[in-house]
Design a binder for this molecule. Structure first.
Ligand code: SF4
Ligand code: SF4
Length: 483
């Protein structure tokens, strides 16, 4: 496949210097990077004890883990996030965030400031009444973790009887209030062969997205046997075909697997998925994404336990802009091992958390990638740049008032990108006016054909939020409201 597309590579190579990550090489500055997605572990408390929890949440140490940010401190943090990135996607997670009594207040406060608030939960506490409160608090989407279609296997992962039944009931509760949801599954040895069936199941349940998380060896996940790099590669190679079968209905995303960019490239150098990943290029940690721990420590990614600063001593903006950890992660020229000379370092960059978990060095190579650099000539590969997050919307066609209203409801940082995509779709199909029907049509065609989406997921990163969250790649809210 790769060889047959050699001709297309000419147009793809040599655009690297214009990409965000690469342009940052050497300057060490935090600008123009924006924290478009913030994954916030609000609490260590959890009612489950999942084997793969990256935060090592719940369990007997609950009472020993004081020092979580107060409600007032959370409000202050919301203001500071808004100051850095108005309209950012805020993933509220845990532990189990529904165990925090002020969750609804924090969500409402953030939504009122214009942040796009979504929730990552194990779902076991999510009744219809809770779902209604989430809607009233301005929550725009919810991610529920389902690790197996076999209830016994799921419950065994989570050390709780009937956890599966409660989580699946939560999907019904969310449907009853029309709150968009996604299903998130951590790929492990035990459920590896189940993935195609989980894809079918999620689609049948009405999920908009299925996030497949590739285990990062951190927290309790560090002690879990996992699938081999070769098995991960084989699964990634199957995803484009699985996605194609569900185009327009379900978006399947690979999380904590930035080398999926390489796989996509090898399948089709022209896929829109590569272009929508511009700016961060693969791993979004510290360039578009970061995490906040319950005690106020800011980390580049929830799966990367390297503290960039504390909200008790600095503002969110100071940490985001000035932290040496954040600045180093923005310089892909510093990457070591195979990731350093790799042609895909701008498109991918490797999972920094996995590198850290395996070696203790967050700039080392991602050991779960099987690629040996050199197959594409040793130069840096990239796709022609295209504006993505943060571009202002430009309406060049006629939009009906209803379509305008829909566009206005799209999260600010992706609105420009969505408007551009809808207008391009309208142009190609000969429409001079954009209506809600056309937006829905474009959404089905464009989103459904994107095998992976960037840092808007629920959560942004690896294992789903209830064990702690993940690196964000796709907002149900963004999907619901836009194309
Ligand atoms: S070697 Fe590193 S940069 Fe290259 S594809 Fe693999 S993970 Fe990505
Ligand atoms: S889990 Fe974190 S470090 Fe790994 S690819 Fe995702 S954002 Fe990057």
């Amino acid at each position: 496949m790769a060889e047959s597309q050699a001709g297309q590579q000419t147009s793809v190579v040599a655009h690297t210097e214009r990409r965000g990550n690469e342009s940052a090489q050497g300057d060490g500055g935090g600008w123009p990077f924006r924290s478009y997605v913030v994954s916030w572990n609000l609490t260590y408390r959890c009612n489950l004890a999942c084997a793969h929890c990256y935060l090592d949440a719940g369990g007997v140490r609950n009472s020993e883990r004081g020092g979580e940010l107060s409600t007032a401190a959370c409000f202050r943090t919301v203001e500071q996030i808004h100051e850095v990135t108005p309209g950012a996607l805020l993933i509220l997670s845990g532990g189990e965030p529904l165990l925090r009594p002020d969750l609804f207040d924090i969500a409402a406060y953030a939504a009122a400031r214009g942040l796009v608030v979504v929730l990552g939960t194990n779902g076991t506490l999510l009744t219809a009444a809770v779902a209604r409160r989430l809607v009233e608090s301005g929550v725009r989407g919810v991610g529920i973790s389902v690790d197996s279609l076999d209830p016994g296997r799921h419950d065994a992962f989570r050390y709780r009887c009937r956890a599966w039944a409660h989580s699946v009931a939560a999907l019904g509760a969310l449907r009853s209030v029309n709150l968009p949801f996604l299903v998130q599954t951590t790929v492990m040895e035990e459920n590896y062969d189940e993935v195609p069936a989980i894809v079918e199941w999620a689609a049948a349940r009405g999920a908009r997205f299925l996030n497949l998380y590739f285990l990062v060896p951190t927290g309790r996940g560090a002690y879990l046997s996992t699938v081999s790099p070769e098995q991960y590669e084989a699964l990634l190679q199957r995803l484009p075909a699985l996605q194609a079968r569900h185009a327009g209905r379900l978006v399947i995303s690979a999380k904590c697997a930035p080398h999926y960019q390489r796989v996509l490239f090898e399948h089709n150098t022209q896929t829109p998925a590569l272009r929508t990943y511009l700016g961060a290029g693969g791993c979004p940690a510290a360039t578009q994404y970061c995490g906040i721990r319950p005690t106020g420590d800011v980390v580049p990614c929830p799966y990367l336990p390297v503290t960039a600063g504390s909200l008790h001593r600095q503002t969110f903006g100071e940490i985001w802009r000035e932290s040496p950890v954040m600045q180093r992660l923005r310089q892909r020229a510093l990457l070591g091992g195979r990731c350093g000379p790799c042609e895909f370092r701008a498109l991918c960059g490797g999972c920094r958390a996995r590198a850290y978990g395996a070696t203790g060095d967050y700039l080392a190579e991602d050991p779960w990638c099987v690629y040996q650099p050199g197959r594409y000539g040793g130069g840096k590969l990239d796709v022609p740049p295209e504006p993505t997050y943060g571009v202002p919307p430009e309406f060049t066609l006629t939009w009906t008032p209803e379509a305008r209203a829909r566009a206005a409801a799209i999260p600010a940082f992706v609105r420009g990108m969505v408007v551009r995509a809808v207008e391009r779709y309208a142009h190609v199909h000969g429409h001079a006016e954009v209506t809600p029907v056309l937006m829905a049509e474009a959404r089905a065609r464009l989103v459904g054909h994107r095998p992976s989406l960037p840092p808007l997921a629920l959560p942004t990163g690896g294992q789903p939020p209830d064990r702690g969250p993940s690196h964000g790649h796709t907002s149900p809210a963004a999907d619901r409201d836009g194309a």
